[in-house]
Design a protein around this ligand. Structure first.
Ligand code: HEM
Length: 488
């Protein structure tokens, strides 16, 4: 009797589930019909098995067959791919493409939505706050002092290498990370082993997951198995925030990002302004900055060093420009950038040539919309192939050649402002929040290194081989030689 009741319930439940699944399938079929045409793939996996090691190249090639806007099934999702400048700028600047997917690996790891994946009004509050901080933080004497201190440690290390080749990523990452940690916590991580372990793990783990565009179930399992690492980071962060609350004095003595955040929260409380700011949200944002942000910066820094080592004629032009405009002693200010067009053009060309973020983070349409006449229903996922835009021969002459002069006027003396098709930090209101911060930081590091060293490399052309691993980075650890100028 009991058995037959349970069989009855189970079979009815299964029928209901099957009907629901079928209805969902019909709805999705109807929605899919209206999407731009594109390739098909395997059930459940979609086009994932064919993406290859460099998905940005694969998606670019698909464009030859399907046009600049097409739909690609990836795992459980269908994603509209934008493959050229016209479609990308048309879509990303529209408010209807400001959404993010509901599930993201970041919030599964952090437990709280951060700037990168938040879809609600709290995003606007966070965005406003962090954008201002990233634009102005180098004006804070303590933050600038930390930047200079970490840079000096890097110079000491490079000088000690005594002109023998060193492996670039392995040896420079620590100094970049150190500044980033001191930017957030006021001190670098070497003094805190627990933070070092968990945060580093977080970084590696996110990177090894992301490129395969794996479905959410996999992320959930991953978080479950590595829960202790995230708990450790959360505990460390809470403690740091508590200490900052206790030791903070006033606006003029701001030490780091946590101070900035606490001050803003307190000001809102004093003025009875409603806010979604919280220490948990700050932690989630810092986890994203320490993982994705740091990785993106390190890859850009590394490609800049490698490019200088290989294109020595350009390195020489940069050095001459630096010598003439600020000399070899003074630490540059970002304002110097205007007087150093070649150096700026060189760094822009690195951003274009080795587009470290070949895709933007997936956007979601928050309303029915159109892109160049293609209908895009509400809740469609959209990804821009930034790499394809940066290598489009309709915009860039010989796009696979490294040529900083493409960013300068014909006489080579002035930067071309807002070059068409140049978008390493993406476009629109959801573009990279840290763009100014990254540009200032990279400019100062590169100029100071060139003031002190000439750079070369014993590695061959394979130094430019790349691998996609959240960012596009060198495939192998490249050997670089730093020759101290005062010795020569
Ligand atoms: C060279 C280094 C970097 C590059 C090329 C870069 C590029 C990008 C790109 C292409 C996006 C996607 C925007 C979109 O979805 O359309 C993005 C978003 C973002 N970036 Fe960066 N980024 C870099 C460094 C950083 C750093 C150092 C941080 C943090 C300290 C950071 C924080 C963010 C955040 C929070 C977002 C999401 C913004 C939002 O959704 O409102 N980025 N970045």
């Amino acid at each position: 009797m009991l058995w037959s009741i349970s069989t009855y319930i189970t079979s009815n439940l299964s029928s209901i589930v099957l009907i629901l699944l079928f209805l969902r399938y019909l709805v999705s079929l109807n929605k899919d019909k209206r999407l731009p045409k594109g390739p098909s793939g395997f059930p459940l996996l979609g086009y994932l098995p064919f993406l290859g090691k460099n998905p940005h190249h694969t998606l670019w090639k698909l464009g030859e067959q399907y046009g600049s806007i097409y739909t690609l099934p990836l795992g459980e999702q269908k994603i509209v791919i934008l493959n050229d400048w016209d479609s990308v700028r048309n879509a990303l600047r529209k408010d209807s493409f400001l959404g993010r997917p509901d599930v993201s690996m970041f919030s599964l790891v952090t437990g709280v939505k951060s700037l990168i994946d938040d879809n609600h009004s709290s995003w606007r509050e966070d965005r406003r706050f962090f954008e201002t901080i990233f634009k102005t933080c180098f004006d804070s004497p303590n933050i600038f002092k930390n930047l200079v201190n970490e840079l000096k440690s890097l110079l000491i290390y490079l000088k000690r290498s005594n002109g023998t080749p060193i492996e670039s990523r392995k040896n420079t990452t620590k100094y970049v990370n150190n500044f980033f940690y001191s930017f957030i916590f006021g001190r670098h991580y070497i003094s805190s082993k627990s933070l070092f372990d968990s945060a580093l793990f977080l970084r590696i783990s996110i990177l090894s997951l992301y490129p395969s565009w794996i479905a959410k179930t996999f992320y959930k399992l991953f978080v479950m198995f590595n829960h202790h690492h995230f708990t450790l980071f959360a505990k460390f962060f809470k403690n740091e925030a508590k200490n900052h609350f206790k030791s903070m004095r006033n606006e003029s003595s701001i030490r780091d990002l946590i101070d900035y955040y606490i001050l803003e929260m307190q000001a809102k409380k004093t003025n009875y302004t409603s806010t979604t700011m919280s220490i948990d949200k700050l932690r989630a944002n810092c986890q994203v900055f320490l993982s994705f942000g740091c990785e993106a910066f390190i890859s850009s820094f590394e490609w800049s060093l490698i490019s200088m080592a290989y294109f020595t004629e350009y390195q020489q032009v940069m050095f001459k420009e630096i010598e003439k405009t600020i000399g070899l002693q003074r630490i540059p200010d970002f304002k110097d950038e205007i007087r150093m067009p070649f150096t700026t053009a060189f760094l822009n060309e690195v951003f274009r040539w080795k587009t470290v973020l070949p895709f933007n983070f997936t956007r979601r349409s928050t309303d029915d919309a159109t892109i160049l006449g293609h209908f895009i229903p509400k809740d469609t996922l959209v990804v821009a192939n930034i790499w394809a835009v940066h290598h489009d021969s309709a915009i860039w002459e010989h796009p696979f050649r490294f040529n900083p002069y493409r960013f300068l006027t014909d006489d080579g003396k002035t930067m071309i402002g807002d070059h068409e098709g140049f978008m390493p930090f993406s476009l629109g209101k959801r573009s990279c929040v840290a763009e100014t911060f990254v540009k200032k930081w990279l400019f100062i590091y590169i100029v100071v290194i060139l003031q002190n060293f000439s750079i070369s490399s014993p590695s061959g052309e394979e130094a430019f081989d790349e691998v996609y691993h959240l960012t596009v980075r060198p495939k192998k650890d490249v050997q670089l030689t730093f020759q101290w100028r005062n010795e020569s």
